[in-house]
Design a protein around this ligand. Structure first.
Ligand SMILES: NC(=O)c1ccc[n+]([C@@H]2O[C@H](COP(=O)([O-])OP(=O)(O)OC[C@H]3O[C@@H](n4cnc5c(N)ncnc54)[C@H](OP(=O)(O)O)[C@@H]3O)[C@@H](O)[C@H]2O)c1
Length: 322
């Protein structure tokens, strides 16, 4: 089958280890199913894998990709793949399983004609979402859903700041926060991206680090070092910073004086559960909200998409069609 995979690890030049080529057709083990992929989306996770974050060279070649929508070959159903793979017999919150992995960490990923997943890791794809839209949900949109509603527990009428507005998780946060009745502020590094954030639903968008007109109840943080200090300064006393990524670096000053004096809450967040994925899909059906897709390109052009992501040349999600 055709697949997009990491053949070697290159921390400084991640695309050097990328191959679009042939991999063996996979056969599911007991309890697993094979999904014929229609669309799959790129995530920053794919660049981390190529850089060697969360994977060792002895695991290569590894097919990239955490998200997919396609046909479950054991049932013929149109499905969205849930990327969080739990250890057998795990009960409870999928994301709290100490042995959980995402597709492309231990098991081969979804940027391919076929992907194998445990049978319980598929969820029906709603007919009103396109294949491309459905392929955006399992990582970026699920992560954003859990950050806003499970971790920060934001309520209609409250205010939120989304840092790094153009990213996959960030565009999802902006769209869903607006649809949920929140006051939405966003930051982005260019005026063009700030304008796109406003179009997407941000009430106001600013340059990274700019003072906000009011302090917010929560900040959605995926940028890390470059925005952390601004995130802490933007919070009301008792506010929450929810962090699910650190694209620009993971070692900012913790500013502990501010954290304890203002009783700020720092909440880590990773992916989401299958029931949160179901709730997210329901949210999209009820509101009519759809993932912002920057571009849809053929699987063969994966390198172009990953290069755009590495240079920050995107607004929303990049989808590969298979
Ligand atoms: N924990 C989880 O489960 C989970 C799930 C999904 C993603 N993540 C992590 O979250 C991060 C975002 O993922 P993604 O897929 O949404 O990535 P993405 O689509 O590539 O977006 C990254 C965004 O970060 C901003 N950014 C990057 N470097 C920056 C800098 N130096 N200063 C300011 N802003 C900067 C950019 O926003 P602007 O150009 O608009 O400023 C960029 O668009 C990644 O680190 C990813 O690994 C974690």
């Amino acid at each position: 089958m055709r697949a997009v995979y990491a053949e070697s690890i290159n921390p400084d030049s991640p695309l050097d280890g990328l191959v679009v080529g042939e991999r063996p057709d996979p056969t599911p083990q007991d309890g697993w199913t094979r999904v014929a992929v229609k669309s799959a989306s790129l995530n920053h996770h794919d660049l981390w894998t190529l850089r060697g974050v969360g994977i060792k060279s002895e695991q290569l070649p590894m097919i990239l990709g955490c998200d997919a929508a396609g046909i479950d070959e054991s049932t013929g159903d149109e499905v969205v793949v849930h990327s969080v793979i739990n250890t057998e017999g795990w009960r409870g919150d999928d994301t709290l399983d100490p042995g959980r992995t995402l597709l492309s960490e231990k098991h081969q990923g979804s940027l391919a004609e076929y992907v194998l997943v445990p049978k319980q890791n598929v969820i029906p794809k709603p007919a009103e979402l396109s294949w491309g839209e459905a392929a955006c949900l399992s990582t970026a949109w699920l992560t954003a859903y859990r950050m806003l509603f499970t971790q920060a527990r934001l309520q209609p009428g409250q205010a939120v700041l989304v840092q790094g507005a153009s990213g996959g998780v960030a565009t999802a946060c902006i769209s869903m926060a607006r649809a949920a009745g929140l006051r939405v502020f966003a930051t982005a590094r260019t005026e063009g991206k700030q304008a796109r954030a406003r179009e997407l639903g941000a009430h106001e968008a600013f340059a990274s680090g700019a003072r906000l007109p009011e302090r917010v109840d929560a900040v959605m943080e995926t940028v890390g070092e470059a925005t952390w200090s601004h995130s802490l300064k933007s919070l009301k006393p008792g506010g929450a910073i929810v962090v699910s990524g650190a694209t620009s670096g993971a070692g900012p000053s913790a500013d502990l004086n501010r954290v304890f004096f203002l009783q700020l809450r720092v909440l880590g967040s990773t992916m989401g559960t299958k029931s949160e994925l179901a709730a997210l899909i329901s949210f999209l059906r009820i509101t009519g909200l759809r993932p912002l897709i920057d571009r849809e390109i053929p699987l063969e052009k994966a390198a172009d998409g990953l290069a755009a992501m590495a240079s920050g040349d995107l607004v929303g999600k990049i989808v590969l069609t298979v």
